[in-house]
Design a protein around this ligand. Structure first.
Ligand code: XMP
Length: 523
């Protein structure tokens, strides 16, 4: 690697659903990388100046449509390139090899042979020490096929009916794998990526939580100088980590505004204040706004309308507070890297688009400038630096909680009576999950309030009370999710406790709908 190249990798996105995963793996290895959409300009590429490029797969479209051509300036830069899936097919096609188009088929698990013992990426890897030849298990893309490698390349992996599953040109440092090393389903995948970014590209593993924090502190100080900064603190992971990071960087120049809309979980408001104001000494202004929110929500049962009211009221109250800090020049936000990638990719037709719904938006006439110190970080990195900054594990690894809070977990009209019942039931469910060691095995778990009355018999008397449903899902990306198969005796205990301990609830259901077609939240 020339000394001028930076210790960072460019992940070129051709629309694979796994592009972000490639970037996360590389960062996990300890090397910084960024995702850029394939139509980036030569100037942007040179400005980024990476030590190597990983070219993503391209989903299911035919190669000619999905991946027009690899930009010339990438090969001309003479830095290492690794193509994955279509990324490899593009390299083969554009450098004079031959690729056969085939119809889309499901990806599959496959055992393939490594046929180049000296290869820097695949050499000497094996998932079966007893086999006569070097074999590895991979998650194989089944669309398109390289049938002839370009001049200068050597075949590094193959299988029956698949003449080229890996290819390398070690002179020019150009590599391709037809399978997905970024997926856990390929057990040697991370090792292959590590060999590429560390051994081939020469990057050092310097991207650690400590280093990330040091850099962020420097950047924040350089950006805001002696100005004051305001942050909307919600108690969620991202805003909590931003608060801790900004506090470390600029101390009292930071003021957090915590708008409690009365739709938080049990004791949540108190915990946020204890954590930040009392323990860490962060300036926090708490706005107790339950009455305002509930009065504006009275009589409203349409979910989108409820979301809008909560979002707008939130911004209105936040702005009122912010206006009182007339010295503040900056508004801090917990934007994270997936938000950035998704908004860029969607503009350009790249990777999958997230359609969600954070609380509100920014006022158009906003005078404050934005400081977004997590803008380059994935959620797992945010969590790691949160721990490094001293935030408690339980806060940093908490399940996501929607901006409108219990507002979308009370079906139909929101009332204080319902919110209070729901908070108690949810507290029992979550406490039991934690005690049973099941909380971190689910991705999101909560209780939903159903405002219909159902009969129950308690202490010999008939009782018509409300119904709640427990909801727990397992998911990686929250775009699809499976209902969590919690043990029956566990569910029974939770149900019994809720009915016995909370007067006002007489029946507990468990939601066994997966997403799709159901969504995770009920509204
Ligand atoms: P759904 O219900 O769409 O949820 O399957 C996917 C993820 O998004 C969260 N969610 C929201 N988050 N404001 C938010 O900030 C919202 O209005 C909202 N609605 C859903 C949900 O909790 C899950 O994690």
């Amino acid at each position: 690697m020339s000394s001028k190249q930076r210790q960072q990798i460019l992940v070129l996105d051709y629309g694979s659903p796994y592009t972000q995963l490639i970037a996360r793996r590389v960062r996990d290895i300890g090397v910084y990388c960024e995702v850029r959409v394939f139509d980036l300009t030569k100037e942007e590429f040179l400005a980024f100046n990476p030590a190597g490029v990983i070219v993503s797969d391209a989903g299911e479209k035919p190669l000619s449509v999905a991946a027009p051509a690899l930009p010339d300036f990438i090969i001309e830069a003479q830095i290492p390139v690794l193509g994955i899936g279509y990324g490899m097919q593009m390299l083969a096609r554009d450098l004079g090899g031959a690729v056969l188009a085939t119809d889309p088929m499901e990806d599959i698990m496959a055992r393939i042979q490594v046929v180049a013992a000296e290869d820097p990426l695949l050499g000497e890897l094996s998932d079966d020490e007893d086999a006569n030849e070097a074999v590895i298990d991979v998650w194989l893309k089944q669309q398109g096929k390289v049938v002839q490698v370009p001049a200068g390349f050597e075949i590094t992996a193959e299988a029956e009916h698949w003449p080229v599953l890996g290819m390398s040109d070690t002179e020019r440092n150009l590599y391709g794998v037809h399978f997905h090393p970024e997926l856990n389903k390929t057990p040697q995948g991370t090792r292959i990526l590590e060999r590429f970014v560390v051994d081939v590209c020469g990057c050092e593993k310097t991207w650690t939580p400590k280093a990330i924090i040091e850099q962020a502190v420097k950047d924040i100080r350089a950006q805001v100088g002696t100005d004051e900064v305001i942050l909307g603190l919600s108690g969620g992971v991202d805003s909590s980590v931003v608060a801790a990071l900004l506090h470390k960087a600029i101390g009292d120049q930071l003021t957090c505004v915590f708008v409690d809309h009365g739709l938080l979980r049990l004791n949540e408001g108190k915990q946020v204040m204890e954590m930040f104001a009392e323990n860490m000494g962060v300036n926090v202004v708490k706005v107790d706004a339950e009455d305002i929110f509930l009065s504006r929500l009275a009589g409203v049962s349409d979910p989108e309308e409820k979301r809008k009211i909560i979002g707008n009221t939130f911004i209105e109250l936040f702005d009122e507070q912010a206006a009182a800090f007339n010295n503040a020049k900056w508004l801090a936000q917990g934007t994270i890297y997936p938000d950035v990638i998704e908004s860029v990719a969607s503009k350009q037709g790249g990777a999958a688009v997230k359609s969600h719904h954070n609380v509100g938006g920014l006022p158009e006439d906003m005078k404050l400038k934005l400081v977004e110190p997590l803008r380059q970080l994935f959620k797992d990195e945010v969590r790691k630096i949160g721990l490094e900054l001293g935030l408690p594990y339980d806060m940093v690894y908490r399940h996501p909680f929607p901006g409108p809070g219990l507002g979308v977990r009370i079906l139909g009209e929101v009332k204080k009576e319902y919110a209070d019942l729901l908070r108690q039931a949810d507290h029992i469910f979550i406490t039991e999950l934690l005690e049973e060691g099941l909380y971190h095995k689910t991705s999101q778990a909560f209780t939903v309030f159903i405002p219909v009355k159902s009969v129950g018999v308690v202490e010999g008397k008939r009782r018509y009370e409300y119904v709640v449903s427990l909801r727990a899902v397992e998911t990686v990306d929250f775009m699809t999710a499976r209902w969590a198969h919690l043990p029956y005796d566990f569910l029974e205990r939770v149900s019994r406790r809720i009915i016995e301990e909370i007067p006002g609830i007489s029946r507990v259901a468990y939601d066994i709908s997966s997403k799709p077609p159901a969504t995770i939240e009920w509204e």
